[in-house]
Ligand binder design. Structure first.
Ligand code: ZN
Ligand code: ZN
Length: 370
């Protein structure tokens, strides 16, 4: 475990806490927890946490229950591990007075209403009382720009995914069901060392390829089908995300046309994307290209998203909410055109933003040049 790296992250977080005027922050979001502490456990469900962090100017505590104490002590180097016995609310109420906390920041999108109600009551009765301060995306923002270790981890994840993608494209043949293909993806990913898929694989064939987030079905692949393969693996905590559209035999003229359009829209966006540009501007490059080709109504989603410990994270590349792209961000570029009943095409690469422009992290040359 790279201790200086986590120390550096904590000290950057402390700076943010001072700016926000809170003297302690309570971190419950699993990827944020891992990013700051190195503690790898996941949460089984929203109401079942494997642990949370309390960080103030001087202390870094990891609060967990006895199921995770050992694992937390091993992984969260630099954190004092506290085993909580009677639930998190009592646990916090017991610790905060000793930490001298008056204003406790919490992640507003990840604390349930029930816990918040209980906390507000319990912490308000302490003397002196502790005030709860909702914070928005404070660690998520830090996670948007990747450091060298993260870039290496994302490249490794993308390399594994690229190898899986290549094998899956060779594996495709008429008669296989979408579910059989999805299972093969999982098998190859696990054999290649992935601890998990980054998200449930999308294997969408024929008319199903017109559904951007299709779930694999028992439909059998047929000659002439477009097959959208949107796959991702998780390796050492880091996700990868990549899409290819493959044709079995010769596709219809309209599928050829949308393929060409998507491919050129993607190439134009990758050519232009660089630090300093606004996300909306880059989205517009691909969107306008698709609009001019006459398919503007059939590209409903954003152009891309950040990838890291989570498959979908900041920044979002879409037509609204402009944000400035920075060096060290890793984002996807994934235009698509979906024609109901006919089929769809999406192509997706993960790119790293460097001073000189985009470096593509995913590697697979399975393209058509019609
Ligand atoms: Zn994807
Ligand atoms: Zn994606």
């Amino acid at each position: 475990m790279d201790v200086p790296l986590f120390k550096e992250r904590i000290s950057r977080l402390r700076e943010r806490l001072r700016e926000k005027g809170v003297d302690c922050i309570w971190i419950v979001q699993p990827e944020n927890r891992r990013y700051l502490s190195g503690f790898r456990a996941t949460d089984l469900q929203l109401t079942e946490s494997s642990g949370s962090l309390l960080i103030n100017e001087h202390d870094s505590l990891l609060l967990t229950d006895s199921r995770y104490t050992e694992e937390a002590s091993r992984e969260a180097v630099g954190f004092a591990v506290k085993t909580i016995q009677n639930g998190i609310v009592k646990g916090l109420a017991g610790l905060l007075p000793d930490l001298g906390t008056r204003r406790l920041g919490f992640e507003k999108d990840y604390v349930t209403w029930g816990i918040h109600q209980e906390l507000e009551k319990t912490l308000g009765e302490l003397s002196p009382p502790v005030e709860l301060v909702p914070l928005d995306g404070i660690v998520e923002e830090m996670r948007e720009v990747k450091d060298a270790d993260e870039i290496a981890a994302l490249q490794a994840s993308a390399d594994l995914l690229s190898a899986v993608m290549g094998e899956i494209i060779d594996f495709l043949e008429p008669g296989l069901t979408e579910r059989a293909v999805a299972w093969k993806v999982e098998e190859l990913a696990r054999e290649g060392g992935a601890e998990d898929l980054a998200f449930p694989s999308i294997v969408a064939s024929g008319p199903n390829s017109a559904l951007p987030h299709a779930v694999p079905t028992d439909r059998r692949l047929e000659q002439g089908d477009a097959v959208v393969l949107d796959l991702g693996v998780k390796l050492n905590g880091y996700c990868s995300d990549m899409t290819r559209t493959v044709f079995l035999g010769t596709p219809s003229p309209v599928l050829k046309k949308i393929y060409r359009t998507v491919r050129e829209a993607q190439a134009a966006a990758i050519r232009e994307i660089r630090p300093g540009l606004e996300t909306t501007f880059v989205d517009g490059i691909a969107r306008n290209f698709i609009k001019k080709a006459g398919f503007g109504d059939h590209f409903g989603h954003g152009l891309g998203h950040g990838v890291g410990l989570a498959t979908h994270e900041g920044p979002r590349l879409g037509p609204r909410k402009p944000a400035v792209l920075k060096e060290g961000m890793v984002v996807t570029v994934e235009p698509g055109i979906y024609l109901p009943g006919e089929g769809g095409v999406r192509l997706e690469e993960m790119v790293l933003l460097t001073a000189g422009g985009a470096r593509i992290l995913t590697r697979d040359s399975h393209f058509y040049d019609w």
